[in-house]
Design a binder for this molecule. Structure first.
Ligand code: SAH
Length: 423
């Protein structure tokens, strides 16, 4: 998989390849010791820091955070994601959005919200579907809302989605820090936080977003749960190491379920707060959320890891030069979403994409494509997304829906999840 997207026509689209996001300049900055210095002086001043604080600093520190400084996606970066692998992925999610909007009774306004849009490829593919399905969308006022902390990536997204039609607001105080108009003529706004998105019927999407949020790590000990912290190695002051904090911390006494049977637990309270926020909005204003990530249902233990140049990387080594990630605990998200919304899933990416009709879509694209290498690439990327040995099993889909969505004698099936029973 090259990571360079070639867009193909079919029943949704015919698009100029110059609009693809792959040409964007790749921003790189490697071997920057300032992050390590920043962390060691912090630890020297106040003692060991939580893994959550470590992750937050390394990834999103406003000056030298990994996400703030890099465009890390794609073949030349540290990892590649499904929307970057194939246009089909975003197209099927675009169909999901239209389907949920219809099932909600076709509200007059539709906010499409993406959390952590990376290079903007997912939203770009969805907008092509929206244009193709314009008559079905029936004149609904569609607006795009992107939540992104990285100024660098927001620039890449703006280039991908708006071309020249973009305006940067410089004030840090404004909730909206960037606005523009999409190639398809829709308004786009960028925010730093979910709380800043205007109220209204919304479809929320989060692809490989929750795994980047800071986790706390806990170890079961003879004395009860203890938090794992990051400290300076006393033997080598330039090196960091994990330590188990001897006394309980606020997190170790509040974040673990009393009946948890595991030896080691990771909890992402920031993810919990965001899911609560999405659930409240869905209850108040209507809408749905689709969360896709690698994850588990409350069973895995130690999943914290780093990626650099598509290879596993020691999480404590050269902080700021590698992506840090932890599997999403969907059982925790379900608990935090609460009982006022319905949660579907997690189901595997393979099941979701198959239910969404990926096989038919592949056939349509293959029928319209006569270039042998592009055909091979299409088949290879389909396999990458759906093969249970590749991304088909590890990636999971999870959805929050309004209770009213599933009321009535025969509620419309939820696309993608239709083979799955309700909770
Ligand atoms: N969804 C994209 C990118 C995944 S990488 C894809 O699948 O290709 C994670 C994205 O989330 C990046 O855009 C990163 O800058 C953003 N991000 C990470 N932490 C964030 C936070 N706390 N708030 C908002 N965005 C964040």
């Amino acid at each position: 998989i090259s990571g360079h997207r070639t867009l193909l026509g079919g029943y949704f689209l015919v698009v100029d390849c110059s609009q693809s996001c792959s040409d964007t300049e790749v921003f790189k900055s490697r071997s920057d010791p300032s992050m390590l210095r920043h962390l060691t002086s912090k630890i020297t001043a106040t003692g060991p820091i939580t893994v959550a604080e470590y992750m937050r600093e390394v990834l999103t520190n406003p000056v030298s955070g990994y996400y703030v400084k890099n465009d890390m996606l794609g073949a030349d970066g540290d990892f590649i994601t499904s929307p970057e692998i194939s246009q089909i992925f975003g197209e099927l999610i675009g169909v999901w959005c239209v389907s949920e909007w219809m099932a909600a009774g076709k509200p007059k306004a539709l906010q499409l919200v993406e959390l952590g849009p990376g290079r903007g490829s997912l939203t770009s593919d969805i907008l092509r579907v929206f244009r193709q399905l314009q008559s079905a969308l029936n004149g609904a006022a569609v607006s795009i809302h992107l939540v992104e902390v990285s100024p660098k990536l927001s620039q890449v997204q703006a280039e991908c989605l708006t071309g020249e039609r973009t305006q940067v607001c410089v004030s840090d105080k404004e909730a909206v820090y960037h606005t523009g108009t999409s190639h398809t003529g829709l308004p786009i706004a960028w925010y730093r936080r979910v709380e800043d998105i205007p109220k209204g019927f919304s479809i929320f999407l989060a692809h490989e977003f929750f795994d980047a949020l800071p986790i706390h790590k806990f170890q079961r000990t003879d004395k009860g749960w203890r938090e794992v912290m990051v400290d300076i190695d006393p033997e080598e002051p330039e090196k960091l190491r994990f330590v188990v904090f001897p006394a309980p911390t606020l997190a170790s006494t509040t974040l673990i379920q009393a009946d948890d049977k595991r030896e080691h637990v990771e909890v992402c309270p920031e993810g919990g707060v965001i899911v609560q926020n999405l659930a409240n909005r869905i209850v108040e204003d209507g809408g749905a959320a689709l969360i896709a990530d690698y994850g588990h249902d409350g069973t895995k233990m130690d999943t914290f890891r780093g990626f650099r140049g598509h290879k596993l990387h020691d999480v404590l080594l050269a902080p700021g030069t590698a992506d840090l990630t932890a599997d999403v605990d969907f059982s925790y998200l379900r608990r935090m979403a609460g009982g006022d919304v319905v949660c579907l899933g997690p189901i595997t990416q393979r099941t979701f994409l198959k239910n969404m009709g990926i096989d038919t879509r592949l056939q349509v694209l293959l029928r319209n494509c006569h270039d042998a290498s592009t055909r091979a690439q299409l088949i290879q990327s389909y396999d990458m997304l759906t093969n249970l040995e590749k991304m088909g099993q590890r990636f999971q889909f999870f959805s929050l829906l309004s209770r009213s969505r599933l009321k009535g004698r025969v509620p419309l099936p939820v696309a993608g999840f239709s083979e799955l029973g309700l909770q």
